[in-house]
Design a protein around this ligand. Structure first.
Ligand code: ASP
Length: 344
């Protein structure tokens, strides 16, 4: 059988950096020299093409336009390749993976993001194994069907559902965590897929690449003592259409009338507010459990269930831009579209 064709898209980040000999600062190296950096690429059973998405960026500069360009690039090459690997900075990788999961509707092939904590050109770099394993997983097919049919992050021996992860550590090689959904695969001496947890896509549905995202959104992290004027000023942002409030515990918030009335006023002006908890693990928001959460539900705040903030904000951006009716956005925020939330 012919080799699987894999497209590797390099977008920037530490993985493709080398130390500038003079300034000692990290700068991107030319990816056409990747085989010198990583001769073992020749050993992978796949036909690999490398492409750069220019300009290369530190992932702190990622934004919705970048996500749309990346989604379109994958869409344009979709029929020519069997799988995709995106090399990306780790800082916002979980946002990009979440955004791609929504923008690429009916995705039926692997799209695997990876990166590294240390540049490829550094002796202890984690990048070499991350790239090699991500490509090997993207090329893994059984009976002519891809094992992975969704957007994932591969990092330090683990494959995660992209829209379930967040960056948890800035220095450990094990940088990502998926608090509310199991790991999809573990790379030990074999690749062990957790088959029951993998997304299965209906092969008859064609890929739809969405090309719009709404950035008139906000995230507000609550803290004890937050002044309602702070909230008021955020909710008075011109053109604001929706916001996530990061609450406490199972979705609780202060009960003072000034606080609640500020939220109520925003809701009455048509701003959609989604409740995502600051507790990353433990199953997410349950607004009925305490009075402090129930008050939020009563004024029309929507539950983010166990979504990560990364998934919730990119989902909002996607839904707001692609749906006309706010009621549909509200309804779909509470339903799993790409395996990003669990309803208990
Ligand atoms: N600042 C870098 C970035 O996210 C860090 C990394 O690549 O890991 O682009």
């Amino acid at each position: 059988m012919s080799k699987r064709k894999i497209l590797v898209i390099y977008t920037g980040g530490t993985i493709g950096m080398m130390m500038d000999p003079e300034s000692k600062a990290l700068r991107p190296f030319e990816f056409k020299n990747i085989y010198q950096q990583l001769p073992m690429l020749h050993l992978i059973e796949a036909d690999i093409t490398f492409k750069e998405m220019l300009p290369l960026i530190d992932s702190s500069d990622t934004n919705p336009d970048f996500w749309i360009r990346l989604a379109k690039m994958i869409g344009e090459e979709y029929d020519r390749y069997d799988g995709f690997v995106v090399l990306h900075g780790t800082d916002t990788m979980a946002y990009t993976a979440s955004a791609l999961s929504f923008l690429l509707e009916n995705l039926g092939k692997p799209v695997i993001l990876t990166g590294s904590q240390l540049p490829l050109g550094v002796i202890r770099s984690d990048g070499r194994r991350n790239i090699l394993n991500a490509i090997a997983i993207a090329a893994d097919y059984v009976y002519d069907k891809p094992i992975i049919q969704e957007v994932c992050i591969y990092f330090q021996n683990n494959l995660y559902r992209g829209n379930r992860t967040y960056k948890d550590n800035a220095s450990r090689f094990n940088a990502f965590y998926s608090p509310n959904f199991p790991i999809l695969a573990e790379v030990n001496t074999n690749v062990e897929y957790h088959k029951d947890d993998l997304w299965r896509q209906d092969p008859d549905k064609p890929l739809i690449v969405h090309d719009k995202m709404e950035d008139n959104v906000a995230i507000v992290k609550l803290y004890p003592g937050i002044r309602h004027e702070v909230l008021q000023s955020i909710f008075s942002t011109p053109n604001l259409r929706a916001a996530i409030i990061e609450t406490f515990g199972v979705g609780n918030a202060p009960t003072s009338p000034a606080f609640i009335n500020t939220l109520k006023d925003a809701v009455s002006r048509g701003i959609l507010i989604v409740n995502v908890t600051q507790c990353k693990g433990g199953g997410g928001v349950k607004m009925g459990r305490y009075l402090t959460g129930k008050l939020l539900a009563d004024i029309g705040i929507v539950s983010g269930h166990d979504m990560t903030t990364e998934a919730a904000i990119t989902k909002l951006m996607y839904l707001l831009a692609n749906l006309y009716e706010m009621d549909d956005v509200r309804r779909l925020m509470e339903l799993p579209l790409r395996g990003e939330l669990t309803i208990e």
